[in-house]
Design a protein around this ligand. Structure first.
Ligand code: PA5
Length: 463
């Protein structure tokens, strides 16, 4: 029932090849322990989510009400960034691999629409009958342009399909800030059912709030197990000594490697159902740690670049670069102790010697051998790597994984001296898009963007 972190491959024998050695790690630990102590003295709101049953109960009650009504056979999640990636990771890991078109018995199909690409959305509208969908609209701010547009589009489509505003509203649940934002005001005024993104919980730290729990309840996933796994990590990492804190060790080792010129952090799950965990991690690590200013207000332009790779697929795409290209990366292999299924490799060509080595073996043995192969290739090339092991693929371990990386991210932010919980760079992009779409109040920004675009000397080519 544990999440295991193996950092052996993160340290050079004696720091000889430029990687930090264990002594450097030990020397930096007191500084890291201070960061941890400050975090534990005032734990952020997201760290308290696993112990709060009221959110789970609200999601469960809403899901039960909707199931009893029985007017949907697909759940459509509308949201972006932190309002989508945790959901996507959780569903990919815990629901059947082909959830979109072959869900588990008695469960809805689940679609996550985290883009406003007109071709994709248009195809969806043509392929899926909206009157048989329930829409989970998620936006903490209630002002994100992509989610707002999707809300308008799908509400309009549903209203036309079901014939009235009253019937259309029943097909939506809106997860948003408990007090502020456009969605809150609209939902309160028009009577949409809502769930809350609790105060103080930012998007990328919200998967264990109703943002993820409602989807889990609707999709028949084990929301309780998710919270139990996260609670266990929270508790263990709060009670242990700093030198035994796996999240602190993970954060510190990565920061030390950054200081040694390895700012690229490759997240490499071995398992197709784990692949979207890497997307969730990428956002968490990038948006939390990539900052222009430190907490003192000094310009630092700091941050790691997270990269997603999925094993074994990317062995045939990325590992050549990883083993022989620049030594500017740190690798986290994510390993499953036990897959949910065991699949034997059959012997239809038993008379041929070509595949003799596969006789009597399983896909499970093969994927593990491939992971070990990557590990050997990277370690022999002197590349730093660590392994996170989820003992098995269930909600408890996925909950552990979420909690572990949220805590590690908070610690890495502290070690880098930045605020891991804001995202001013994203906000600037959001404001620019609002300005360009003609939103009132952004006229001056729109004019300055247009002036700057016009002042650029064009350099375009065609072929
Ligand atoms: O982590 C974050 O805060 C962001 O990625 C947000 O989740 C994302 O921008 C969507 O914001 P909102 O939930 O307000 O629509």
């Amino acid at each position: 029932m544990a999440l295991k972190l193996d950092l052996t491959g993160m340290f050079a024998a004696a720091g000889s090849d430029g990687a930090p050695c264990r002594e450097a790690f030990a020397a930096a630990l007191p500084r890291a322990a201070e960061v941890r102590a400050a975090h534990l003295a005032a734990p952020p709101a997201w760290r308290q989510l696993p112990g709060q049953r009221r959110h789970l109960e609200a999601c469960r009650a809403r899901a039960a009400e909707l199931r009893a009504r029985g007017d949907f056979d697909a759940l459509v999640v509308l949201g972006i960034g932190g309002s989508a990636l945790g959901n996507a990771a959780m569903v990919a890991a815990l629901a059947p691999a082909y959830q979109e078109w072959a869900p588990a018995e008695g469960q809805p199909r689940v679609f996550l629409l985290d883009s406003i690409d007109p071709d994709w959305i248009g195809d969806f509208l043509e392929a899926v009958p909206v009157e048989r969908c329930h829409f989970n609209v998620i936006s903490k701010s209630g002002g994100t342009i992509e989610t707002s547009s999707e809300f308008l589009l799908f509400y309009d489509a549903v209203r036309r399909a079901v014939g009235s505003d009253q019937a259309a509203r029943q097909r939506f649940t809106v997860t948003t800030d408990p007090a502020g934002g456009h969605f809150r005001a609209l939902c309160d005024e028009l009577g949409f059912a809502t769930l809350e993104v609790p105060a103080g919980v930012g998007g990328r730290f919200s998967v264990l709030s109703p943002v993820g729990l409602f989807t889990a309840e609707m999709a028949g996933l084990d929301a309780e197990g998710l919270l139990a796994g996260a609670a266990r990590v929270n508790q263990k990492l709060a009670e242990c000594a700093p030198e035994e804190d796996a999240a602190l060790a993970y954060a510190l080792a990565h920061v030390l490697h950054m200081e040694q010129g390895r700012p690229i952090h490759v997240h490499f799950p071995y398992g197709h159902r784990l692949r979207l965990l890497a997307d969730w991690y990428k956002q968490l690590w990038a948006e939390s740690l990539g900052k222009r200013f430190d907490t003192q207000g000094d310009e630092v332009n700091v941050g790691p670049t997270p990269v997603k790779a999925v094993g074994p697929t990317d062995q045939h795409s990325q590992v050549q670069l990883y083993a022989e290209g620049p030594d500017d990366k740190v690798y986290t292999l994510v390993k499953l102790g036990r897959h949910s299924r065991e699949i034997a490799i059959p012997e239809p060509f038993a008379a041929s010697p070509a595949f003799e080595y596969l006789r009597g073996q399983t896909l499970n043995q093969l994927i593990d051998a491939e992971r070990q192969g990557t590990e050997v290739a990277l370690l022999e090339a002197g590349r730093p790597l660590c392994t996170i092991e989820l003992c098995k693929l269930d909600a408890f371990h996925v909950g552990q994984y979420f909690a572990f990386f949220e805590i590690a991210t908070a610690y890495a932010g502290g070690l880098l001296g930045v605020d891991p919980f804001d995202q001013p760079g994203v906000e600037n992009g959001k404001k620019a898009a609002l300005a360009l779409m003609g939103c009132a109040g952004y006229e001056a920004l729109a004019a300055s963007i247009r002036a700057s675009q016009a002042s650029r000397e064009p350099f375009t080519l065609e072929c």
